[in-house]
Design a protein around this ligand. Structure first.
Ligand SMILES: O=C1O[C@H](COP(=O)(O)O)[C@@H](O)[C@H](O)[C@H]1O
Length: 351
């Protein structure tokens, strides 16, 4: 457990309205407050960011003119200051998700608009080489938002032997064997047609994973088999109340590092759903909904102590701070007036 009481976070945004790019902020866990919001780097549409395990580098989605890709930054002295290393762009829309492995060797990006993923290798200075593999996904789904692949997430399995890709347009989770030359498909799982899977997070025991769907607002509990990178469905559970009939779209999902709770965000219902995890079966039980005190919670994150949770409301432009009861998993509101324009993603440095 960290002995710090001040933690630096970063917010990726859409550079609409007043937004200038990536913002940094400080969470003071003693005074239970977020403050010191400032611009950390100016760039267009840095919607998603990933921080290397050693806190040396930040990788961000970037748009430049008619091109999109990934920008690499140095994080100066574990602070909120970013210095550009380089960028790698490809023609067309920018990606929506970026991730880096624990050894800071591979960077992966997923592109919703193009329906593809790109894999990059880093150089010894943390910059990135041009994409060495771009994989176009194939297929469609029954919803009008599933006319083609819309890849929303690419990350790593716990042992980092595989890349896992989630595609909202084709209702699929695909596992690729990862090396420095190729990504080779080894397994895939089709989930409920029309559910629109979006983001995935593993349980710390590496045996289960939890998948948030955007179109059906459900959490899918999965069993993960590390020997071949395959997944098996265990359970579907709604993240919104049964009687809520207005538009709502699932967004982010996180698992507490004690492996006891899953948190999932709902845009429209504007809430975070809390679930407890049965440690024997991996299945979930609903605990509560907490309002996000704003509109369209695109992302949220547990702080490094996991006693707090920070949510980002894209449309109302505010970060919201909750204190988390680590025994019950429940959230209680502390602060909801931290202005950040069009926040899309929120991340902390590692402590
Ligand atoms: O969650 C969502 O993500 C997609 C992709 O993000 P983008 O920044 O690449 O456009 C977005 O288009 C969609 O509206 C949203 O629900």
């Amino acid at each position: 457990m960290s002995s710090h009481n001040k933690f630096t976070g970063f917010v990726g945004t859409y550079t609409k309205g007043d937004s200038k790019g990536i913002y940094s902020f400080t969470l003071d866990t003693e005074n239970k407050k977020i403050s010191d919001v400032k611009v950390a780097a100016e760039l267009e549409n840095p919607t998603y960011v990933a921080i290397s395990n050693d806190n040396q580098y930040l990788y961000s989605v970037i748009k430049e003119g008619e091109q999109g890709g990934v920008a690499a930054y140095s994080i100066l002295e574990n602070s909120g200051t970013l210095e550009r290393k380089n960028i790698q762009l490809l023609p067309g829309s920018s990606p929506c998700h970026v991730s880096v492995d624990s050894g800071n060797h591979f960077v992966l990006s997923a592109n919703y608009h193009k329906g593809n993923i790109s894999a990059y290798l880093t150089n010894k200075d943390g910059g990135i080489h041009p994409a060495y593999s771009v994989i176009e996904l194939q297929g469609s789904g029954p919803s009008e938002r599933q006319e083609k692949p819309h890849t929303h997430y690419s990350g790593f399995t716990p042992d980092e032997k595989y890349a896992v890709v989630v595609d909202l347009g084709i209702d699929k989770l695909i596992t690729y064997k990862l090396d420095d030359e190729n990504l080779t498909e080894v397994s895939s799982l089709s989930v409920k047609p029309g559910s629109g899977p979006r983001h995935l997070e593993f349980h710390p025991n590496g045996k289960y994973a939890y998948l948030m769907t955007e179109l059906s607002s459900e959490v899918i509990a999965l069993e993960y088999h590390e020997e071949d990178g395959s997944f098996k469905e265990l359970q579907y559970i709604s993240a919104i109340p049964e009687d809520f009939t207005e538009n709502s779209q699932g967004s982010a999902i996180h698992v507490s590092s004690d492996g006891r709770f899953v948190y999932a965000a709902n845009r429209g219902h504007d809430s975070i759903a809390v679930f407890s995890i049965n440690q024997e079966s991996g299945k979930l039980t609903f605990i509560e909904h907490t309002s996000t005190e704003g509109s369209w919670p695109r992302d949220f994150i547990l702080d490094p102590t996991e006693k707090f949770l920070v949510a980002s409301n894209q449309e109302s432009g505010n970060l919201v701070l909750y204190v988390r009861d680590t025994e019950t998993g429940k959230l209680s509101l502390l602060q909801s007036d931290v202005a950040v324009p069009y926040p899309v993603c929120v991340k902390f440095l590692n402590y």
